[in-house]
Structures are given as C-alpha cells and as structure tokens.
Design a protein around this ligand. Sequence first.
Ligand SMILES: Cc1cc2nc3c(=O)[nH]c(=O)nc-3n(C[C@H](O)[C@H](O)[C@H](O)COP(=O)(O)OP(=O)(O)OC[C@H]3O[C@@H](n4cnc5c(N)ncnc54)[C@H](O)[C@@H]3O)c2cc1C
Length: 420
Amino acid sequence: MSEKSQNKRHIVIIGGGFAGINAAKNLRKTDAKITLIDKTNHHLFQPLLYQVATAALSPGDIAVPIRAILGDRQNVKVLLGEVTEIHKSEKSLMLKDGRKVDFDYLVLAPGAQYNYFGNKEWEDHAPGLKTISDALEIRERILLSLEEAEQIDDPKLREPYLTFVIVGGGPTGVEMAGAIAEIAKRNMMRDYSNFSKNETRIFLVEAGPRILNGYPESLSEKARKTLEDMGVRVLLDTPVTELGENKVKFSEGVIETPNLIWAAGVAASPLLSSLETEQDKTGRVKVNEDLSIPGHPDIFVLGDAAHFKQDGTPLPALAPVAIQQGKYIAKVLKKEATTDNREAFHYIDKGTMATVGRAKAVADIRGFKFSGFFAWLLWCFVHILFLIGFRNRFKVFVEWIWFYFSFKRGVRLITNRFTE
Ligand SMILES: Cc1cc2nc3c(=O)[nH]c(=O)nc-3n(C[C@H](O)[C@H](O)[C@H](O)COP(=O)(O)OP(=O)(O)OC[C@H]3O[C@@H](n4cnc5c(N)ncnc54)[C@H](O)[C@@H]3O)c2cc1C
C-alpha cells in the first residue's frame, strides 16, 4: 500500500500516546495528510493505570478510542497495526501484517516498556504495569489472592497470599504500594472474615538508597514515612537477585508470594533499533534540538522514546515532556512548508508529583514543596485536567469523591478465572 499522495505531504505518526496524540491533534489545520498508527485502538492515560490495577477505576475511565479523539479530523487517518520495521532511506515502514506505508515525514512516539535487566523470564512472575491487560492481570492476582487466603485456616499457609511485593521505588511503585496498603490494611478487609488486616504485608523494594529518586530528598523522605505509617515496609538498598514463580530473592533473604509487581526501570521501544542511529543505554534515541535524528531532518523521535538533553541533562520520561514535544512537532511541521528555520525544543517544567494514598501526596512545583492533603488535591486536579474527554473527567471525579467518603473500591471483579 503506498500512502504518498501526489501533492500533499504525508506525515506518519507512530503511537497514539501522549506525544503522538498531541502531535496529531495540533496538526488538524494543515493541508498535510496525516496517518496515525497504533497497535492498540486507544489512547491510555498511564499515570492512572495503578488505580485500575487496584480496583479503584475501570479501564474505560482512563482509555479513549483514538478514533473518538481524532475522528472528526478530515485530514487524519487512524490505522490499527504494529509497526515492526522502519526503512529510513526508503522513507517507508512495515506493519506486522506485511502492509507497507510510505511517508514524507515520520513522527515516532512508541513510548517505552519495562526493563527486566536481561532477565526476560522474570516478566512471567512479576508483571509490569504498562497496558490495560497488565492492570487487569495485577487486579486479578490481588483479588484472587485474598480469596485464597479466605479459604486457608492455617495462618502460616495463608501468609504468602496476604503478602504483596512491589519492586521499584519510583512514582509507579510508590503509588501501587500506597494503593495496595489501602486495600490490605483498610478498606476491603471488612469483606473477609478469615484473616485480619494485621496479617497483610506489603513490601516496597528499592535497589537504591531512597525512593522517588528524581524528587527532592525531603519529599522522598516524606513519602517513605507516609508509606511506613500506612503499613508498607520500605526496603532500601535491596536489589533483587532472583525472581521465580511465587518468590523473590534478595541478598538478605526470600519473600514468598504470588503477588509480585514489577515497577523498576524502563527501556525504550525495541522498534527504535531499526532506525540505526545512536541510542542511550536504555534504548532511547539521541535526538537533535528539533527532535529529529542526525542526518534525517524529516524523522522525529519524541516522548519516552527520545533522549533529549536540556541544560546538559536528559529529560525524564514523563507525560508533560511527551505532551509538549507532541505540540512542538505539530508547530514545526505546520511551519515546514514556509520556512527552514526550526526553533529548538525547550521543555517547561511545571513540577512533579506523586500520590502516596488516599488524601496523601508529595509535589514539587517550581521549587515549592508540598505534601499531605493539599498536594493530593493538587494531584487530583492536575490528573483530571489532563484526562481526555469530558465523560472520563466526570466519571473519575465522581469515583474519587465516592471513594474519598466511602473508602470503597468499586471495581473488584474477577473475570478471567472462569474462562481459563
Ligand atoms: C504506570 C505508569 C505510571 C506513570 N505515572 C506518571 C505520572 O504520574 N506522571 C507522569 O508525568 N508520567 C507518568 N508516567 C509516564 C508517562 O505515562 C509517559 O512518560 C508517557 O506515557 C509517554 O508518552 P509517549 O507518547 O512517549 O508514549 P506512550 O504514552 O507510552 O504511548 C506510546 C504509544 O505507542 C504505541 N506503540 C508502541 N509501539 C508501537 C508499534 N511498534 N507500533 C504501533 N504502535 C506502537 C502504544 O500502543 C502506545 O499507544 C507513567 C507511566 C506508567 C507506565
């Protein structure tokens, strides 16, 4: 299939995540023909995935079909398919099903995946949290484990089912640990009669000396204290040495549980290696100041897939970076017909935040540090604002209000067990 049309420039965007969607949305007033390709049919708000994994939200609350976002754009075509190869000199790419797509400009925003540091087999035992399927699998494991524990009378035998281990003390690990603590130490416990909340154990395991490594030290410390007050045991300087079925090993010992969750380290999409250009040690492509790759001013890499240095430091893999880069590329491509001068991309850091549990969060907004209830309100406001679509904003807002007052998690369904 050839997608080049006679006169119109053909811009192909790979990935409907934060970077790709923002590029496509902001290209609507061009005469270019745009094709957005994604291997899923939805845009996913990953920062709230942990709430699906912990039964607070439903998948539909945080995912929107890409067609529903871009459907009204006459010049935008949405293609469901997985890109497997890019031929940069030929200006074409291949999809998994053998289709070929030609482009004039390529915007690559395929995001990242979890990094098991060379231990691919660990993935089966400790799922990462990246997709809706991952979140549902984790939710299922947690709920099934509590059901198992309810049926075992010997406290020693039921201990593994009441134990939860989260590997990785970044924002995702911290948010997961806080949400699981709420389930296991508080709000769902009244539904089980065979065990008490004192039997549940939650471990947050971090290889480095502190959690929330990218945050100011005082906020890392606050988050650690808050988690410990909620009943989470935070193990610092504790690298995982082995991970097997229902167990995780460290130099100091072993924890047995089927509830292992991986939130440590990310690697960029494997698709990027077909660009045959310089990548950093996590696989991100080193891009120029206009996000193009060296020697190819018509191929751009953005979001989690890009290694972009600002003031000597690579930008972090965060949603606001991807959003700003998507908008920037749309601007560059809109101007491209009339000018060769591209302004350099510049990221405006509006702050970072992470929630630690119900009504608890930490935030660093332009050097001002907040924690506790106010930081949590700020966190709620920002997340609702960035969700796409009024329906999702409204639904999440209502769910959070309900959860705040009732302490009840609404989405506690086990769905796969009976279909196996
Ligand atoms: C659990 C979790 C929590 C997070 N929490 C926060 C947070 O609190 N704050 C924050 O700022 N950031 C957070 N992030 C990071 C943030 O979500 C990412 O930085 C952001 O999603 C990056 O956007 P992106 O567009 O580069 O990639 P993504 O949003 O990952 O989108 C990539 C898209 O490309 C598609 N794709 C991938 N490969 C292919 C292929 N070969 N062919 C076709 N399509 C493909 C994918 O299906 C996906 O739709 C979190 C991430 C995770 C996983």
